[in-house]
Design a protein around this ligand. Sequence first.
Ligand SMILES: Nc1nc2c(ncn2[C@@H]2O[C@H](COP(=O)(O)OP(=O)(O)O)[C@@H](O)[C@H]2O)c(=O)[nH]1
Ligand SMILES: [Mg+2]
Length: 211
Amino acid sequence: MMDFGQIRLARVVRALRDLPRDGRPQVCFAGRSNVGKSSLINALTGRKGLARTSKTPGRTREIHFFLADDRAYLVDLPGYGYAKVSQEERRRWGRLIEGYLEHADMLRLVVVILDIRRDPNEDDWDLIGWLRMRAIPFVVVLAKSDKVSGNVRAVQQRRIMEALARQTGANRAAGAPTNTRASSIGPIRFSARTGEGKNELLRIVLDALAG
Ligand SMILES: Nc1nc2c(ncn2[C@@H]2O[C@H](COP(=O)(O)OP(=O)(O)O)[C@@H](O)[C@H]2O)c(=O)[nH]1
Ligand SMILES: [Mg+2]
């Protein structure tokens, strides 16, 4: 069993040449800026101040590699889709994220984080479509579930699940590979506040790192 008590920020990467190449398995966390990525990593590891959270979107501009138990990395990607940065900056992030995903042969799983209150936007679909095209395993998490009532929670979960299924169908029709393992796990509702979904996601992440 992996010990998340033994986790530390091991590397901050601004350029592809600085990516770790030590053969340790990785799970990465991706999502729009401010969606709750860092809070999710903290909740999952039970380490409050591990990943820095912020009320101001667009703060993280690097890839953060958290080394767990000296065995595996949890990877915090910079948030995408934040409008208030220059085109040049956005392009740089895009290249960094895509370059990472493209070359990460030790990447076991991508946790795609959406806000439970919003339907996925173009940036989210870009990422999901991109992962599917490359047959990179991913699981979708609907973060901040505490922000909506139980009823809306279930409605949004179903909406997004159906949208994901439609997109899978479209990919299949276009001849793209489909990712059976990831698509068999529905979107997981998650809250860093209440702990909803924490154990389920933890099991998936640990399985991915062990497998
Ligand atoms: N109510 C609620 N707020 C959250 C949750 N997760 C994150 N937040 C808040 O959303 C903001 C952005 O969170 P952060 O983790 O920094 O997002 P990131 O930019 O995706 O890493 C912060 O103000 C957090 O306190 C959650 O599960 N519930
Ligand atoms: Mg963050």
